[in-house]
Ligand binder design. Structure first.
Ligand code: D41
Length: 673
């Protein structure tokens, strides 16, 4: 008994410490999955020893303590918490309890549940009075939250006023504010490049953004919200099924999750769980499970609550996307452009549905900021199909005598010097194609599907050929013979013949593919298409001065310089000539007609939203033909924002920078002068 008490108290201390790190410091040390395990362990021990439960145990108050900086808000109806299940038998047990309490006799095979993904964000309450948003609050501990109205108002998808009619005079809506994965990745990429602090995961990003004191900062964060229930309702009626209520909310302009569905029985729950599990990686937002709610409100009333959680709902969790593991080594990988990427070799761990044994550390600054060392215990994250990454180090678990990792001075592959340009986050090997790592990566890119599309020339073969110096540059691929291929290990006559076939087929290509395949830094597929259609043929591109290149839509000074630098290297020109001599060919196109002294010369445009009666590409052509330039993002240098319907963040950016906003008529006017 004394042992159990000791264990319980040590768990409580540990959980309190992590609560403090999470809520007060906003700086987590262990992943949620680990925290959940601690909580469940404590819950289990308390369940087995009810007389050891104390009112100050973390199990007695699930949720957050208000931080103090923002105004506190009392929820008139408490925001409940959700029970979790992790496995099928626990779900069946939940369903059995529901069926029993509702006095079903047949196992409740036809009981209807409203099901939806469990978004991994921050729970928020929105209060509408006569259709007007008057208060937004965090969930907090369920009873007391924080006033975040000023921040919530900056989220574009949350209506400041409900649309349509029939909504109750007082309507409190509850839901999850989240940061879509693309926005999270873009935000972190930018922060990383600027050497600023990154978010550890989209949930922290959402929660942190909502609790900003300055709404201008929140406005820059790409947040969204799906609503999933109602709280206080006065002066009006709502339907008597959860799914119908959510439909009403949608009709009144609130966003709801498109994956939500009404399902039948526990088998329906399991099918839904499997289906959303399959989709998990391709959804544009992070989820950590699915939620099932008894759809009928009268049944919900009959079921009631236990402690702070309804008996009529449960969250069915997926495997965690963040786990703890140990760093066994830190190595530097060399990419196609020579960039050195630090990679952590890990004690293999099951995370996000796969076993992970390597995780990226992005670049040397990021490595130093996180100060990851060999021997450290770290949080690894794998969400979606993105590369697993080390999120942070658990500082309290660092062994004695570790050393800080230094950037190597020589390339680990070819021993050339490693350099880091002023203001650049990445360090690079200076070996160029002398470096076998760069050659291998460049060739992998060259043969890839969206470049020259040579099917069957895989990484293993490329590595062998580069190692043997049989392939020194891409044109050597076109001189491989069927005989030498057939001699390769695991390469029969037939596959050698197939490979020769796909090499042959790749000779007939397009100029954009060819340009993209060359692997010029910063020249992606879209840029390759722009450059190719602007000039129409290769000689024109080779001759183009930087000023001419900058005139190409979507090509800025940096990209123009990268292209020029590439073309100024004789060995690159040689490779291009050799490729053409080996039979690589394409059809030239008409160069774009660009007025030297057009009506829009010197003017820079950004196009956004849906234009009526013209595609964006058509508008772009119109501008370029008159000597104007079209770029992708609004800055102080932008002359005009051409905005159609549903223009989003670019419009607000233009307005804040006082860039003139025009529509198609405005553009036509410019062309008339
Ligand atoms: O997506 C979610 N995170 C989510 C959270 C959801 N889809 N539904 C939820 N439903 C509830 C009840 C059943 C209590 C109305 C919830 C939550 N609660 C919830 N979120 C945070 C604590 C509780």
């Amino acid at each position: 008994m004394a042992d159990v008490l000791k264990k319980i108290e040590s768990l409580r201390d540990e959980i309190r410490y992590h609560n403090y790190r999470y809520h007060t410091l906003d700086d987590i040390e262990i992943p949620d999955a680990e925290y959940d395990r601690l909580m469940r362990e404590l819950q289990r021990l308390e369940d087995e020893n009810p007389d050891l439960v104390t009112i100050d145990s973390p199990t007695q108050r699930v949720g957050a303590e208000p931080s103090g900086a923002l105004q506190t808000v009392q929820h008139r109806l408490p925001m409940l918490s959700l029970d979790n299940v992790f496995a099928e038998d626990e779900l069946r047990e939940f369903h059995r309890r529901v069926a029993e309490k509702l006095e079903f006799e047949d196992g409740a095979t036809d009981l209807q549940y409203a099901a939806e993904p469990k978004l991994d964000g921050a729970a928020v309450s929105l209060l509408y009075e006569d259709g007007v948003l008057v208060l937004a609050a965090t969930r907090g501990d369920g009873t007391t939250g924080e006033d975040i109205t000023h921040n919530v108002r900056t989220i574009d998808s949350i209506p400041l006023r409900l649309i349509g009619d029939g909504y109750p005079a007082t309507l409190e809506v509850r839901g999850e504010v989240f940061m879509p994965r693309a926005g999270f990745d873009a935000y972190n990429k930018k922060a990383r490049a600027a050497g600023e602090k990154t978010f550890v995961n989209p949930r922290n990003a959402a929660a942190g953004s909502l609790r900003q004191l300055d709404p201008k900062l929140t406005a820059e964060r790409p947040l969204d919200m799906y609503v999933y229930s109602v709280g206080l309702v006065e002066g009006g009626d709502l339907p008597d099924h959860h799914s119908d209520i959510i439909m009403c909310l949608q009709k009144w302009g609130l966003k709801t999750c498109p994956e939500r569905r009404v399902i039948t029985g526990v088998e329906g729950c399991l099918d839904y769980y499997a289906e959303i599990g399959e989709k998990r990686d391709s959804l544009p937002y992070d989820i950590d499970g699915v939620v099932y709610k008894v759809d009928s409100l009268s049944m919900q009333r009959e079921l009631g609550f236990v402690a702070r959680a309804p008996r009529w709902a449960v969250a069915h969790k997926f495997p965690a996307q963040e786990e703890l593991t140990k760093v066994e080594g830190i190595e530097f990988q060399v990419g196609r452009t020579g960039a050195l990427t630090p990679v952590a070799r890990l004690d293999p761990v099951f995370v996000g549905g796969v076993t992970v044994s390597n995780a990226t550390l992005h670049n040397i600054d990021e490595l130093h900021r996180k100060d990851v060392r060999v021997g450290d215990t770290v949080i690894v994250r794998r969400a979606g199909d993105v590369i697993p990454e080390v999120v942070s180090v658990v500082a309290t678990r660092r062994p004695k005598k570790t050393t800080r990792v230094q950037l190597p001075t020589q390339c680990p592959v070819c021993e050339s010097h490693v350099v880091r340009e002023e203001g650049e986050a990445v360090a690079r090997c200076t070996g160029g194609l002398f470096c076998k790592a760069q050659r291998v990566e460049a060739l992998k890119h060259f043969v890839s599907r969206r470049a020259m599309d040579i099917d069957g020339l895989g990484a293993k073969l490329i590595e062998q050929f580069v190692e043997e110096d049989r392939i020194k540059n891409p044109s050597d691929i076109y001189h491989l013979t069927k005989e030498e291929l057939a001699e390769r290990e695991r390469m029969g006559e037939k596959s050698a013949e197939n490979l020769i076939g796909s090499i042959e087929k790749s000779k007939s290509t397009t100029l954009p593919r060819f340009l993209f395949a060359l692997g010029i830094r910063e020249v992606g597929e879209a840029t390759a298409v722009s450059v190719a259609s602007y000039f129409g043929n290769l000689p024109a591109i080779i001759e183009a001065e930087t000023e001419k290149l900058v005139a190409v839509p979507d090509v800025g000074p940096v990209v123009a310089k990268r292209i020029r630098d590439f073309l100024d290297e004789d060995h690159n020109l040689e490779v291009m000539a050799k490729l053409q001599a080996s039979g690589v060919h394409w059809a030239d196109t008409e160069p774009m007609q660009v007025a030297e002294d057009g009506q829009l010369t010197g003017k820079t445009f950004v196009i956004t939203g849906t234009l009526s009666g013209m595609t964006r590409d058509q508008a772009k052509d119109l501008i370029v033909k008159e000597g104007g330039k079209v770029t992708g993002s609004v800055s102080r240098k932008t002359s005009y924002l051409l905005a159609g319907d549903n223009a989003g963040s670019k419009l607000s950016k233009a307005q804040s920078l006082e860039v003139e906003v025009i529509d198609l008529d405005g553009l036509r006017n410019l062309l008339k002068d």
